[in-house]
Write a protein that binds this ligand. Structure first.
Ligand SMILES: Cc1ncc(COP(=O)(O)O)c(C=O)c1O
Length: 466
């Protein structure tokens, strides 16, 4: 009998690349990443070409046959470099940037490469242990009780939505049409959207006008709760913001915690953007009261330097997440462990988001992380000082939690931002505060130098006409 012909079975299917080819292409991916890192200051923070230019390059019927993987990779790299805003660019100050970090990126690559999941401690003990320890670290940094439960999610919107579903389940079991939620006119739009998804109608959401510092006013909160109770409604939850997107304002968390306790309200803190400030001594003071929250949203893909998508939800009432989300169908019974992250949110199949966060925090340490967060606060102060030293600018809201807003006497903010984006040096964004259009910088990238910040302001001044 002759030996079987092994060459005929190199690849069991037509979706398998030879190992050496995977290695070669993989190195090309790493090269693309490192080129991005090392060349980032030479490119514009905003996309240098738009959708209309790129779409024709890929808009074709689904290909029936194969293509050269190098050509496919080239096109993908160009989609993600030329045709994309770079939220990790040191001169990107628009909305909330995402400064990212190399260990986090490598962790994410590794997790994807291993197709790692984090559903249950029995099936995925490694990723589950990493997720638990990362959540414990964040719990401690925010000063929340040690029995706090948490879960990693895609980002702030889904984290708060998950918090609201949990709050409702704990408070009522099911939806109560008389339940009312309190938030402010500076609360992020994702909060109202999450409530809408859960069935809260607009007439059950009290959007309280903020005070002069864009903070939720305690007097108005108390009055609204009393008025609703008198009208036979059921005050349910207050959503405070630790670092608003518009101005970086922090709601008076301690006083809100008192109102929540006195009125049996669930106290949710949206710290998607600002909560990491609590890692620094100064920020901890500004965020005092966050430790009393029933639930906190924190987005590591913003000011904790994690790549997208990394969101965190912490719930200080132990067991509340599991009580809300646990399912136990017969086809999962072989895999149940003591900790099942699949029971702490709406996702059953879920990749590990913890490994990228753990690899970063473990490699660099909390000390370096703290300093990087503090640098963001400092950079906004550098920007404010440069603006104050330049004629024509008015500071509309001072530097707070790495956000500063300002206006120019001779040009509308949207026009200044459009010109800056076209010029390609820095990327500010605009927003509207009480009807007034302002330029806004969010300065959370620790790699931004003072010189780059000062140069960015100088260029904005020139674009605005001096
Ligand atoms: C204060 C605040 N909350 C929530 C969100 C929503 O987070 P995500 O975009 O991760 O869903 C953002 C996003 O910028 C935010 O700034």
């Amino acid at each position: 009998m002759s030996a079987p012909d092994r060459t005929a079975v190199v690849a069991p299917d037509r979706l398998t690349l030879p190992a050496e080819e995977v290695r070669r292409l993989g190195y090309r991916v790493i090269d693309a990443y490192v080129d991005h890192l090392t060349g980032i200051r030479e490119i514009a923070p905003s996309a240098s070409a738009g959708f209309d230019a790129f779409q024709p390059l890929v808009n074709e019927p689904a290909p029936e046959g194969p293509a050269d993987p190098d050509a496919v990779l080239d096109l993908a790299v160009s989609a993600l470099s030329t045709y994309m805003n770079h939220s990790d660019h040191p001169r990107n100050f628009a909305r909330v940037p995402s400064p990212s970090n190399a260990m986090g990126v490598l962790g994410d690559m590794l997790a994807t490469a291993m197709n790692a999941a984090a559903m249950s401690a029995s099936g995925h003990p490694g990723p589950t242990a990493l997720e638990l320890v990362v959540l414990e670290w964040l719990t401690a940094e925010l000063g929340l009780p040690p029995e706090t439960d948490g879960v990693l999610l895609s980002g702030g919107s889904v984290s708060s939505l998950t918090a609201f579903a949990t709050a409702r389940h704990v408070m009522f079991g099911e939806h109560d049409a008389s339940a009312v939620v309190y938030l402010s006119d500076q609360t992020h739009s994702s909060m109202a959207r999450g409530l809408r998804v859960l069935g809260f109608t607009d007439d059950r959401i009290r959007t309280l006008p903020t005070d002069d510092a864009f903070r939720l006013p305690i007097g108005a909160l108390t009055a609204a709760v009393e008025a609703d109770r008198a009208a036979g409604l059921r005050p349910f939850m207050v959503v405070a913001t630790a670092g608003t997107t518009n101005t970086g304002a922090v709601d008076p968390l301690l006083e809100i915690a008192d109102v929540a306790a006195a009125n049996d309200l669930w106290f949710h803190v949206d710290g998607a953007f600002g909560a990491p400030a609590a890692f620094t001594p100064g920020g901890r003071e500004i965020l005092a009261g966050i430790e009393r929250a029933d639930s906190v949203t924190l987005d590591p893909h913003k000011w904790l330097f994690s790549p997208y998508e990394t969101g965190v939800l912490l719930v200080s009432r132990p067991g509340a997440l599991d009580a809300t989300f646990a399912v136990a169908p017969e086809y999962l019974r072989d895999t149940a462990g003591d900790v099942n992250f699949r029971d702490r949110g709406p996702q059953l199949t879920r990749g590990t988001r913890a490994v990228k966060l753990w690899m970063m925090l473990k490699t660099f340490g909390l000390g370096a992380t703290r300093d990087a967060i503090a640098r963001g606060i400092e950079l906004a102060e550098v920007a404010e000082a440069a603006l104050r030293a330049t004629p024509g600018w008015e500071i509309v809201t001072p530097a707070q939690l790495a956000v500063v807003t300002f206006a120019h006497e001779s040009m509308e903010a949207g026009e200044i931002v459009a010109r800056a984006t076209a010029e390609g040096y820095s990327a500010p964004s605009s927003t509207v505060l009480r009807g007034r259009s302002v330029v806004r910088l969010c300065t959370i990238n620790p790699r931004t130098s003072d010189a780059e910040m000062v140069e960015s302001i100088a260029r904005l001044s020139a674009l605005a006409g001096g």
